[in-house]
Design a protein around this ligand. Structure first.
Ligand code: COA
Length: 264
């Protein structure tokens, strides 16, 4: 991928082992169309295959929004059948974020509503600017979340809070999102990019094989029995032991220096 390859609905760039995906429809507060979803999917595939990219940041263009969700202008033409397809398509692309082997950060720089929040829920980390507002407002339009909100939100904030957010549809501010565990961190707007980059850099300098296995086992923990999860953890632990990064990690520890992981 070129350093600043241009898509039409997203901006994709690489910088210091970090892959950036900027949702780029600021005139519509980065509302997502099918074209945007397709581009997001392609960018994720390219970053997954690119050994130089160790961590991915997804954020929104402009000052106001991460993303306000699905572009509702297309909703009036949906039939029950095409609505199922649209929901499945969004779920598929958003699930790709969860399945990708590298850590993904949602840098929430404003509204994260509806599908915008659902996209952020599939990321491994959510960092919000202090002025961000988050929510699942679909119920106010007479619909329900369709890109994973009813499933991922309760896994992150618990069933009671998820019911409140989805069935009332009210937006919450960043500090409240932090209090309920919906975001990992809230950052002042003037320090936002710097703090997001510092967080990403820590992940990008980590051991890629171990991070991949940790992400896989952690995500599985919400979907499987303890017994199966523990078995998977033991096997992943064994796999990680075969990596050169372990040798580097342990050698660096005894040499009292910072390890340089290669992802091998
Ligand atoms: N899909 C398509 N366009 C959207 C959109 C969406 N989900 N959300 C906002 N927009 C558009 C608006 O129509 C407006 O376009 P216009 O300038 O051509 O009129 C533009 O983005 C700016 O939004 P606007 O509503 O004027 O800004 P605001 O500051 O008054 O309100 C929000 C901001 C986010 C509170 C409000 O836009 C909103 O509630 N959006 C819907 C969010 C939502 O329900 N998402 C779930 C969809 S299933």
């Amino acid at each position: 991928m070129s350093e600043a390859r241009r898509f039409e609905n997203i901006i994709v760039r690489k910088e210091d082992k970090i892959g950036w995906i900027v949702l780029n429809r600021p005139h519509r507060l980065n509302a997502m169309t099918i074209e945007l979803l397709n581009e997001l999917s392609a960018a994720l595939d390219e970053f997954e295959a690119d050994g130089d990219v160790r961590c991915i940041i997804i954020t929104g263009a402009g000052e106001r929004a991460f993303s306000v969700g699905a572009d509702v202008t297309s909703f009036s033409s949906l039939t029950p059948i095409t609505a199922v397809e649209a929901s499945s398509k969004g779920q598929e692309v958003i699930s790709k974020i969860e399945k990708i082997s590298k850590p993904v950060i949602a840098a929430i720089n404003g509204y994260a509503l509806g599908g915008g929040l659902e996209l952020a829920l599939a990321c491994d980390f959510r960092i919000a600017s202090e002025t961000s507002q988050l929510g699942q407002p679909e119920i106010k339009l007479g619909i329900i979340p369709g890109w994973g909100g009813t499933q991922r939100l309760p896994r992150i904030v618990g069933l009671a809070k998820a019911k409140e957010l989805i069935m009332l549809g009210d937006r919450i501010v960043a500090d409240e999102a932090l209090r309920i565990g919906l975001v990992h961190k809230v950052v002042q707007i003037d320090k936002f990019e710097e703090e997001v980059k510092a967080f990403a850099r820590k992940l990008a300098e980590g051991p890629p094989v171990a991070l991949k296995c940790a992400k896989y086992a952690l995500n599985l923990s919400t979907q499987t029995s303890l017994e199966t999860g523990l078995r998977v953890e033991a096997e992943a632990f064994g796999m990680v032991m075969a990596s050169k990064d372990v040798i580097e990690g342990i050698t660096a520890f005894f040499e009292k220096r910072k390890p340089e992981f290669k992802g091998e």
